[in-house]
Write a protein that binds this ligand. Structure first.
Ligand SMILES: Cc1ncc(COP(=O)(O)O)c(C=O)c1O
Length: 337
């Protein structure tokens, strides 16, 4: 591990030393177990394998300019994990279990936290699933929560570059009263087909519309969407998109920078009016969108081949807090080491 080329790391599973686990059985959670085992032993009739009773989270720890290691908004990820568990009628872990579990994973894997200046970070993946043995479709009163980590590389290796996305009206990601607003595996299973198709056609991502009317913008692959015009940060409000913690942070930073912030329905036609567009999420912070191609109508929206000034300012503002270069005035980071 000492010879790791941090700059060459992508976004993939990379074996680290320790993971932590909690088990729910007989009406209570176990104490935290710390293990080196990468595998789990599970009954073939466990509910997660048949009925998708599975959810997960994704968050990062950063080694800062001062050498300290900070988790970014771990409490918000813990809250979202709890909301996902509730939606699937799975046992709901406590805030303390999730937050302490994440801290323990960072502490135990300190040697895998990439050095400052490499653009790399430590990605944490909490994953939870129902383990109750049965055949019927019903809630699982047995579950397992695992938190593990992998170092991941800088998303943009040669500077932040705009992406090309495909607007697809033939595939929906999530229904209005479905599970789009929680982070459950089923949503990703539903989107894999359209994502794969878009990749084959040379697009980085799919821009989904609302599943009811196909009039309003929803999300961009596994990231929220935003547009900027007239010093205003505009982002879709919908019951079927995931409340992105990056988007929450960008809305706050935009307001701090004196921009107007609007969270509302965004009709497709409004795409012609934006000066800058982007996708935001933990993986990339911001992926500026250079082109949106409407696959059914053939209409193309272009935003230029360089990242826009306002997107860049938001991107840098967030990374400055994550890497400890700017004061964390909103209390988003937790120093772990
Ligand atoms: C569907 C979806 N939307 C948005 C996001 C961005 O959310 P966050 O900023 O919390 O990573 C993610 C990634 O977690 C996602 O999977």
């Amino acid at each position: 591990m000492n010879q790791v080329d941090w700059g060459a790391l992508g976004f993939d599973y990379y074996k680290t030393d320790w993971n932590v686990r909690f088990y729910y059985k007989d009406g209570k959670w176990s104490e935290m177990e710390v293990t080196e085992d990468e595998y789990i032993r599970m009954h073939m009739s466990a509910s997660c394998l048949h009925y998708g009773l599975e959810l997960f989270e994704g968050l990062k720890a950063f080694r800062g300019v001062d050498g300290k290691v900070r988790l970014f908004r771990v409490g918000d990820n813990a809250r979202r994990l709890r909301a996902s568990a509730e939606r699937l009628c799975l046992p709901v872990p406590t805030m303390e279990m999730i937050v302490e579990g994440c801290k323990e994973v960072v502490r135990r894997n300190e040697r895998h936290v990439p050095p400052y200046g490499t653009g790399a970070s430590l990605y944490l993946r909490p994953v939870m699933f129902g383990t109750k043995v049965g055949l019927g479709v019903k809630p699982s009163d047995e579950a397992m929560l695992i938190i593990y980590c992998s170092p991941v590389g800088a998303y943009f290796k040669e500077g932040i570059k705009p992406i090309k996305v495909a607007l697809d009206r033939e595939q929906d990601r999530a229904a209005p009263r479905g599970t789009g607003d929680v982070k459950v595996g089923g949503n990703y299973a539903a989107s894999i087909y359209s994502g794969h198709h878009a990749h084959e056609l040379g697009y980085s991502n799919v821009l989904y519309l609302d599943a009811k009317e196909h009039k309003y913008i929803e999300e961009c692959g596994a990231a929220n969407f935003f547009g900027i015009k007239n010093n205003t940060y505009v982002t879709p409000k919908s019951p079927s998109i995931l409340p992105s913690i990056t988007n929450m942070s960008l809305r706050q930073l935009a307001a701090d920078f004196g921009m107007k912030v609007e969270e509302r329905e965004v009709p497709v036609e409004e795409l012609t009016t934006f000066e800058e567009c982007g996708a935001c999420g933990t993986a990339a912070v911001i992926s500026p969108i250079g082109t949106i191609f409407d696959m059914q109508t053939g209409v193309r929206y272009d935003y230029g081949q360089e990242v826009g000034a306002q997107s860049m300012r938001l991107y840098a503002g967030l990374q400055d807090i994550q890497y400890g270069r700017a004061e964390d005035t909103h209390g988003w980071t937790t120093v772990v080491l």
